[in-house]
Design a protein around this ligand. Structure first.
Ligand SMILES: C[S@@+](CC[C@H](N)C(=O)[O-])C[C@H]1O[C@@H](n2cnc3c(N)ncnc32)[C@H](O)[C@@H]1O
Length: 264
């Protein structure tokens, strides 16, 4: 088979393969919801959905499930429609990928609203993030929750390149710039290929690096009644083991990724 190059690669395929794991997320969401409400969740809205990978996996998981994905950018929505939605066959009518701003309130309510891969970091102003959280709260059923992720630790603030090698390409996470005064945080994803070709700045993230306590406080200020932090456990070498459990205290990891679940 011909080796992948910058010319032949599809950036959405590479992105999904490198940073997303919708099957694991669906399992996590079902487990957390069942524990909290002792029933199965059926409706999900994936905010900042990009290609709608989670929304489509949700619909695939059960005939009772339905999902909406919301994103401003028509390009990943089109890709997701052609790839994920199309492959759902008859179940495709249970998912809608909508081009819209997540800040705009919608009437429909959901069991779960998700905001993944730190996408809400694009809201740099406190008032804007607060208004987004209020909008999410207004979109949740009484027995519902908001699911979002966050990362941090001292290493998150350090300009650096981290590279992960896959079979036919490398994924590079580029923390280009962090300003401790404003919290401004500029990151990129680049891809490199065996023939030496590159896709530089395949994705650009102009963010504010929010910290966990700020986000928890803002969720409560927005009207959520409680927040839970799910922290990753460690294996015998002290490395992350991929198992996230609710905690009251974290640990001194120099870089961490955690999940937050906020209930109405
Ligand atoms: C980091 S990507 C997330 C892609 C995917 N959901 C994931 O989990 O990896 C961020 C996405 O948020 C979208 N986005 C940014 N601001 C938005 C807004 N105000 N409303 C809707 N989507 C927005 C961008 O178009 C982009 O597709």
């Amino acid at each position: 088979m011909a080796k992948l190059t910058a010319k032949t690669a599809d950036v959405y395929t590479l992105y999904e393969n490198s940073v997303q794991d919708p099957e694991t997320e669906v399992r996590f969401l079902k487990r957390v919801y069942k524990k909290k409400y002792n029933k199965r969740p059926t409706s999900l809205r994936e905010d900042f959905c990009g290609t709608g990978a989670l929304a489509c996996e949700w619909v695939k998981d059960s005939k009772k499930n339905s999902a909406m994905g919301v994103d401003l950018d028509p390009a990943p929505l089109k890709w997701g429609t052609e790839h994920h939605v199309a492959s759902l066959g008859k179940s495709a009518d249970r998912v809608r990928l909508v081009e819209a701003d997540v800040l705009k309130p919608r009437d429909e309510k959901f069991d779960i609203v998700s905001a993944n891969n730190f996408s809400y970091f694009c809201f740099k102003e406190r008032d804007v993030l607060l208004s987004y959280f209020k909008t999410v709260l207004g979109s949740l059923n009484k027995t519902g929750f908001f699911y979002l992720d966050i990362y941090g630790g001292p290493e998150a603030q350090v300009p650096q390149l981290e590279e992960w090698e896959y079979d036919d390409y490398s994924y590079v996470w580029d923390q280009d710039y962090f300003d401790p005064v404003s919290g401004d945080y500029l990151c990129y994803i680049h891809f490199k290929f065996p023939d030496g070709s590159k896709i530089k700045k395949a994705f650009t993230y102009d963010w504010r690096l929010w910290n966990l306590m700020e986000v928890k406080d803002l969720l409560i200020e927005a009207g959520f009644s409680s927040t839970k932090v799910f922290w990753e456990g460690t294996d015998k070498d002290g490395d992350g083991n991929g198992v996230f459990r609710p905690v009251k205290k974290g640990d001194g990891a120099i870089a961490w990724l955690a999940y937050l679940v906020a209930t109405p």
